[in-house]
Design a protein around this ligand. Structure first.
Ligand SMILES: Nc1ncnc2c1ncn2[C@@H]1O[C@H](COP(=O)(O)OP(=O)(O)OP(=O)(O)O)[C@@H](O)[C@H]1O
Ligand SMILES: [Mg+2]
Length: 336
């Protein structure tokens, strides 16, 4: 639905977007994640036809945004970083105006404005002037104008910026509800947002794409070997030697001890799932198996890792290169 090929944007000597490529499938919600100044807004402005690129190309809903900008723009709803509201219009007048501008047929307009106001929870402000709205309401009216013509593609630049926690949850639900029918790209630097809303994530840093994957794979991928957390009630016995002796287990590190309960981090050979063996050996000894789960890096750790050092996009099969991606051999990730 959206294809971006080698997009580059230079402002004088600053390269804001540097050879960025990605695609978004129909109905998908893609998170565009990156620190301040990464190039998120610039990429979105180019995709929505608000700004030319220096190089590269992009298609939206089958239309090249540079060759067929009008056809492409008709199919896009855009929430810019600062919603483009007219201060002297009421919310209803403004949405009515945008609906007309975006070609909503006049007999459908009234109903469309009403339903969009309900969906974005702005109906109680329908007769308030846009200039007198709070930031959160401005943001929601911005979202309302983006979806008023029911576009196939939504490009949302930090849709939850400035919202209170309740509004954030409502907006995330709204966006999730729009996915499926709509193809959505949203930018954010809020990590729970991508984990909760997006099916796939593009992480961008200094204008370059540094990772593309599902939130789940991102957190799993950067882990070196597989590590499980196991909690056992062994009645006081040391379970470490038993777990270490299992085939495929590379290392066992005790992590906590409370009375007869003990937690262990069990590292296994890469790609080898030792959960069955772990469970069987614990239960066969008559011990209690209280917890058994894979340990993963948090999305936050992944984000810091990929934005503070560049990693290859594909996981290399060369064990040497793998080692350099292992957070445990890299030491602390510097936080700027
Ligand atoms: N009009 C402009 N002229 C010159 N440089 C610009 C302009 N707009 C953006 N830049 C630069 O381009 C880079 C990318 O900016 P952009 O606004 O796309 O980042 P962003 O990822 O949206 O950041 P944020 O999270 O702060 O919104 C930055 O270095 C910024 O300073
Ligand atoms: Mg921005």
């Amino acid at each position: 639905m959206i294809e971006v090929h080698h997009l580059t944007k230079r402002y004088g000597r600053v390269t804001a977007v540097d050879d960025v490529s990605f695609r978004v499938e129909r109905g998908e919600i893609l998170g565009f994640l990156g620190p301040n100044g990464a190039g998120k807004t610039t990429t979105m402005r180019i995709l929505t036809g608000y700004m030319p690129a220096t190089d590269g190309r992009a298609t939206v809903a089958g239309y090249d945004i540079f060759d067929k900008p009008i056809d492409a723009k008709k199919r896009i709803g855009y929430l810019p970083e600062t919603p483009p509201l007219y201060p002297d219009m009421t919310v209803r007048e403004y949405l009515d105006f945008v609906a007309r501008l975006k070609g909503v047929p006049s007999k459908e307009k009234k109903e469309r404005v009403t339903s969009v106001m309900a969906r974005t929870h702005v109906a109680d402000m329908a007769d308030r002037h846009c200039g007198k709205l709070s930031k959160g309401y401005r943001q929601r009216v911005g979202l309302a104008q983006a979806i008023i013509h029911n576009p196939e593609v939504l490009i949302l630049d930090e849709p939850t910026a400035g919202l209170d926690p309740k509004q954030i949850i409502e907006t995330r639900e709204l966006i999730r509800g729009l996915g499926g029918d709509h193809t959505i790209v949203l930018s954010t630097h809020i990590l729970p947002e991508v984990a909760q809303t997006c099916q796939r994530v593009v992480i961008i840093n200094k204008g370059r794409v540094v990772a593309v994957d599902t939130p789940d794979n991102l957190t799993a991928r950067l882990k070196g070997a597989e590590t499980m957390y196991v909690q056992v009630d062994s009645g006081g016995a040391d379970a470490a030697p038993v777990l270490s002796a299992l085939p495929g287990v590379v290392r066992v590190a005790p992590s906590e001890q409370r009375g007869t309960l003990a937690g262990y981090e069990v590292e296994s050979e890469r790609g080898r799932d030792v959960r069955r063996e772990l469970a069987r050996s614990i239960v066969n000894r008559g011990w209690g198996l209280l917890e058994l789960r894979p340990m993963r890096m948090s999305l936050e750790e992944v984000f810091l890792q990929v934005t503070t050092e560049e990693i290859p996009e594909e996981t290399p099969t060369d064990p040497g290169a793998q080692g350099s991606m292992d957070p445990r051999t890299e030491g602390e990730v510097p936080v700027a």
